[in-house]
Design a protein. Structure first.
Length: 234
């Protein structure tokens, strides 16, 4: 994870992101919010994870997810972690006490074992060298409490519109998109005994009137994004 690469885009991240997704008809906030909705639903299903527990936003950047996390988890404790100190400074300036903001070296997570009830990463791993994925998933597993959950969101390289958007985005210039099947195998290699994949974002805003059927399409590998989730077993 290259701190300098993220620092140089910190100030203009939101405007670049907004321009890059214009074809969807949505704004960055739409994409940030549905991820937190999904996380809330996953946590509610998990019997051993408290809604007001401790959560880790891995690769939080400028904190795009923070206000929506707080909307769906008003009493939880949130820690935002990133290699980019410039991005975290922006997040702290915008969202203040909604979270804690911690920089790290891109390798070892600066937390004790069993620190968090849940962890999530929103379109972060495609910025990380593939050789480091399993190691960092192991680190995320290490800092989770027993039965804690992790949710990793990524862009779907099987969706041509997603590929076009990533290829034209300045801050994705070094991105390597990851197939859901690969991420699933990485979860297993990292020690998660079970994992599940669900695809998301099938319709642009123009077709928002049929988005209600998206929940039944999670199996279809054509969504613009997907997430893999798993719980930490024994």
């Amino acid at each position: 994870m290259d701190r300098a690469e993220f620092d140089k885009f910190a100030e203009e991240y939101k405007s670049l992101h907004r321009e890059n997704i214009v074809a969807s008809g949505e704004n960055p906030e739409y994409f940030a919010e549905y991820k937190m909705k999904d996380l809330r639903r996953i946590v509610q299903v998990a019997r051993d994870v408290e809604i007001d527990g401790s959560f880790l936003d891995f690769g939080a950047g400028v904190g795009t997810s923070v206000p929506f996390f707080r909307k769906y988890f008003p009493s939880a404790h949130l820690t935002c972690l990133d290699v980019s100190e410039a991005s975290l400074e922006i997040a702290a300036a915008n969202f203040g006490s909604m979270a804690k903001y911690i920089a790290f070296d891109g390798r070892a997570l600066p937390f004790e074992d069993n620190s968090f009830d849940a962890a999530y990463a929103c379109c972060v791993f495609h910025h990380i060298s593939p050789e480091e994925h399993v190691y960092l998933l192991r680190e995320l597993r290490r800092v989770l409490k027993r039965n804690g959950i992790v949710m990793i969101y990524e862009h779907n390289p099987l969706n041509p519109l997603t590929v076009r958007a990533v290829n034209s985005c300045p801050f994705d210039e070094n991105a390597v998109l990851i197939r859901a099947s690969t991420m699933y195998r990485n979860f297993r290699s990292a020690g998660f005994s079970s994992a599940s994949v669900s695809y998301r974002v099938f319709f642009p805003k123009l077709l928002s009137f049929i988005r209600s059927i998206e929940a039944s399409l999670g199996w279809l590998p054509l969504g613009a994004q997907y997430y893999v989730t798993a719980a930490k077993g024994d």
